[in-house]
Design a protein around this ligand. Sequence first.
Ligand SMILES: Cc1cc2nc3c(=O)[nH]c(=O)nc-3n(C[C@H](O)[C@H](O)[C@H](O)COP(=O)(O)OP(=O)(O)OC[C@H]3O[C@@H](n4cnc5c(N)ncnc54)[C@H](O)[C@@H]3O)c2cc1C
Length: 473
Amino acid sequence: MNQIQKLPSLDDLPAEFRGSRLLPGTEAYGKSRAIFNMRWHDALPSMILRPDDEDDLVCIMKYVSAKAIPVAIRSGAHGVDGSAMPDGQAVIDLSGFRAISVDVEKKIIRCGAGILLGDMDKASSEHGLVVPAGTVSSTGIAGLTLGGGVGYNMRRFGATVDSLLSCKVVTTDGRRLTASNTANADLFWALRGGGGNFAIVTEFTFQAHRVGPMVGAGVVLFHMDDAKDVLTKLAVHMKTAPRPLQVIAALVPTPPMPGIPPEFYGVYMMSLVCVYTGDLALLDATIGELTALGTPAAVAVGPAPWVAVNSMLDAAAPYGRRVHTRGGYLSALSSTAIEAAIASARRAPAPKSPGPSTVQNIWFMGGAISEDFAEDSAAFSREGAEVFWEGVSQWDDDEEGPRFIDWADSAADALSAEMRANGYVNLTTDRGPEWLRGLYGSPEKFQRLIDAKTKWDPQNLLRFNKNIKPASV
Ligand SMILES: Cc1cc2nc3c(=O)[nH]c(=O)nc-3n(C[C@H](O)[C@H](O)[C@H](O)COP(=O)(O)OP(=O)(O)OC[C@H]3O[C@@H](n4cnc5c(N)ncnc54)[C@H](O)[C@@H]3O)c2cc1C
């Protein structure tokens, strides 16, 4: 976890604050404290503040800024580091900021900071619209967007930040602003990938795109012995595959899924998780090109509503377990990388409990995310990445931790020679300042982030994150 430093009490918050102050030991505190990754379950914030509205948030920020009290921010509670709930610190919980609106004509969607991906998909999909975002419906739109945002639509429409039009923010000294390409553009640039370092975003405005509501999706399953050959061919295939096709090659114990024979459940195999948002008349032919890459053990792909498709991985990500995540960009899916990933899958620790335990996901970039947006258009970096890899381990008992953490770390280490310095900040547990410096690509981009941090958060009040320090600290 980040800096542990006991705080002065926040009991003397101004009387204008109308929201809730949640203290340890209460039910409401426990509910807010319960985040996705409970690996640091001993960490207990000194107080959780739930503002009722922006006025409350302004009040808090004026107060903490005057007293130089750092604050952590909780929105969707899916941060991979658990940084929303640092021990002994003050937390601002924005999960109550639940307003959402859809302007169907202009295809514009506005989401409060507490909106989860499933909420957004539900509201937009009713109108045949989608904002490109992530793949698990309980993830928060806030932390995901501030990091960049990748998912099934990134090859077609780009990262989430590429469809972000503006943000309403409360600054660290308690001012209300809009950040966009035309207002406070330096802040807007930094917010699009720089994480929760610069200001507190209360509302995101997105440009949505026409998708579905029916799309094609499912899984093509291969035996591990075929994984090398199929992945080698898939890497070539995806270079020219249509943009509406996204494939995640997952090396994982096969989860129970409709259409997959039960004899494969729990067996370590390679699932090609496929989503095709193009013309459904072309679905069979598009998936046929994937099944032709080898001899599938099972194929379960068909039309389904977007909302169901974009939550099909939810079962693989149950709430409240201990989680360790590593990830990074690869310039190419080389044979060395493929062999390393397969070797890591073969040495994955056996779980004590039946839930999801270890997975390596290989996601294909290319298309819009790689080609349509300049590297310097936002803080989010994408340059040179053909695929990205993530290794995730999940467990329940603390004593199981070292085995599962070691596995994800060693799987990442086995790929380190292939991994690029630039990457996606939300893809991995914090690796420290040197790693962070490389993550945004060029030194000029990182300097731009330091400049934005120095201007917008000179006291580093927002430090419970992958922290970019202001020049003054
Ligand atoms: C199961 C799972 C699946 C995932 N799948 C994807 C995926 O498909 N695609 C993808 O791109 N990412 C994915 N992620 C990563 C996810 O985008 C990040 O973990 C993200 O930070 C989650 O945001 P949150 O609001 O839910 O989290 P929180 O824990 O609430 O926030 C994380 C951090 O973001 C900052 N923050 C949050 N809200 C604000 C705000 N309003 N203003 C300023 N700063 C703020 C804070 O620093 C906070 O510590 C996944 C994560 C998990 C756990």
